[in-house]
Design a protein around this ligand. Structure first.
Ligand code: FAD
Length: 452
């Protein structure tokens, strides 16, 4: 035995990076594997997903968003260097350079640099008063702007981050305008479902301005954002919030020469290993993945995937076989009391991938109709014509609706037909569902139509 330990270097200390580090440590003791995590920010293992709710005061404490601290990782023999930016990776030499001038050799490297919000070339977008929603510091900045007296917010974009921010800013007493380049919010939904989301936003008091690409962020004499201008008008703003989605952060990987996939994210195989450099792994928002249904390359920035992919990378580095099994794009959110769930292909995705699908929409209730608190819910199921195979689903409705998407996601994951789901054994009691849960009703309608 040489006595030399292997070294794993992880770049990025959030969901994917820390999952990889923790899993590698579970499988390989410190005498065998040294683990060093480089994180440019001041926090690791934080929940970006919780930022909107912290801004909205639903979560009162910033620290509640931090799952584990560097000290807790140190107790597991995982060295976390916060405030340390990786500036260069030399794939030939197997080294990572840091902003502080260190050069660290590695046996394995995990790139977990996360996402990067798109920055379209709109004049004024980089000005003071324009806020991203990505890191905890962004949440602090937005909270500070509200505390300093911001009264009017304009949110750019209507994906789930834009929606969640619009709602919480309204909750904090600001007037909120959401400006969309598209006709409808939530592009991951079919238009008939997205229309209902748009209506719910309006009913809540959010001013939705659709079909209006932003031309400029207008600035005051001090260079601070004061309005958002589109071709249709100018919307005054004390604070402008970006909710334009999330691309992969691959600057470092690209400069190093790691292969980048067709989606613009790092190209990895199912073990999260780089297809160009097998000693390197990538996981989370910076990594390309694939659709479980179509097999096509895909990039969907979600924390659920980041954690699982990091764990797969950590397992493989730890010597245990593991594979990432693909994504359906299952996601839930809400706008006030309207819950939204989606999974699998939308009608537009299906058309793009050459699937001939039928779509059935049913109305139901979240509890037995007579039970106090029963709320309306709508289920849309997409199944392949001919085979009846389930390929997508969307749910909208009152409290208790959205998480039902997980049943549909599981059915799609398992390759079930609408008929098989319709006959499956789901639970029932009046406080939880009607005798036939709306999910079963939707599947039954889809299978009946399929059988003609
Ligand atoms: C507002 C918001 C709400 C969300 N809500 C949900 C939700 O409800 N459900 C869900 O599933 N997902 C949600 N997400 C997505 C989820 O947060 C991300 O998918 C997840 O955080 C990705 O984890 P990651 O580790 O890949 O990347 P990140 O969380 O982006 O972490 C990457 C880390 O790498 C660091 N880093 C980058 N470059 C370097 C470098 N060169 N050197 C050192 N460190 C570097 C960064 O500072 C960062 O800490 C939300 C995201 C946002 C922004």
């Amino acid at each position: 035995m040489s006595g030399r330990r292997d070294r794993l270097v992880v770049i990025g200390g959030d969901a994917a990076g820390m999952s990889a580090a923790a899993q590698a440590r579970r499988l390989r003791p410190a005498e065998d594997l040294e683990i060093v995590v480089l994180e440019q920010g001041q926090d690791v293992s934080y929940s970006a997903c919780g930022i909107p709710y912290w801004v909205g005061d639903l979560v009162p404490d910033r620290d509640a968003l931090i799952a584990r601290t560097p000290g807790q990782f140190a107790a597991q023999d995982i060295e976390v260097r916060i405030g340390t930016r990786a500036t260069e990776v030399d794939l030939e030499a197997g080294t990572v350079s840091t902003g502080g001038g260190d050069r660290l050799g590695y046996d394995n490297l995990v790139v977990a640099t996360g996402g990067r919000p798109p920055r379209p070339p709109i004049p004024g977008l980089d000005a003071d008063g324009v806020y991203g929603v990505h890191r905890l510091a962004d949440g602090s900045d937005i909270r500070a702007a509200i505390a300093a007296g911001a009264r009017r917010a304009v949110v750019l974009g209507g994906g789930y981050i834009g929606l969640e921010m619009a709602e919480v800013l309204l909750h904090r007493g600001l007037s909120v305008t959401v400006v969309l380049a598209d006709p409808l919010p939530m592009a991951q939904l079919d238009p008939d479902m997205a229309e209902r989301v748009c209506k719910a936003m309006g009913d809540l008091g959010i001013d939705v301005q659709n079909n209006q690409p932003v031309r400029e962020i207008e600035l005051d004499a001090d260079g601070v954002a004061r309005a958002v201008r589109t071709d249709a008008g100018s919307y005054p703003a004390d604070l402008v919030v970006l909710g334009l989605g999330m691309g992969p952060e691959v600057e470092l990987a690209r400069a190093a020469g790691l292969r980048i996939g067709s989606t613009g994210a790092i190209d990895v195989d199912r073990t999260q290993r780089s297809r160009s450099h097998p000693e390197v792994f990538a996981a989370g928002d910076c990594a390309q993945t694939f659709s479980r249904i179509t097999g096509e390359a895909s990039h969907i920035a979600l924390g659920t995937h980041a954690n699982k992919q990091g764990r797969v990378a950590g397992s493989v580095i730890g010597g245990r076989a593991a594979r990432f099994a693909g994504v359906l794009g299952t996601a839930v959110t809400r706008i006030a009391d309207l819950e939204v769930g989606r999974t699998g292909l939308s009608s537009a995705d299906a058309a793009k991938s050459g699937f001939d699908v039928r779509a059935e929409v049913i109305e139901g209730t979240t509890k037995a109709g007579y039970f106090p608190g029963a709320e309306q819910m709508t289920v849309k199921v997409l199944s392949e014509r001919g085979s009846g195979l389930l390929v997508g689903a969307q749910i909208l409705g009152g409290p208790g609706s959205a998480k039902r998407i997980d049943v549909l996601a599981t059915a799609i994951w398992a390759g079930m037909t609408a008929e098989e789901l319709a006959g499956s054994d789901l639970s029932y009691a009046p406080p939880f569902s009607p005798t036939y849960d709306p999910v079963l009703v939707a599947a039954r309608v889809a299978s009946r139509v399929e059988r003609g």
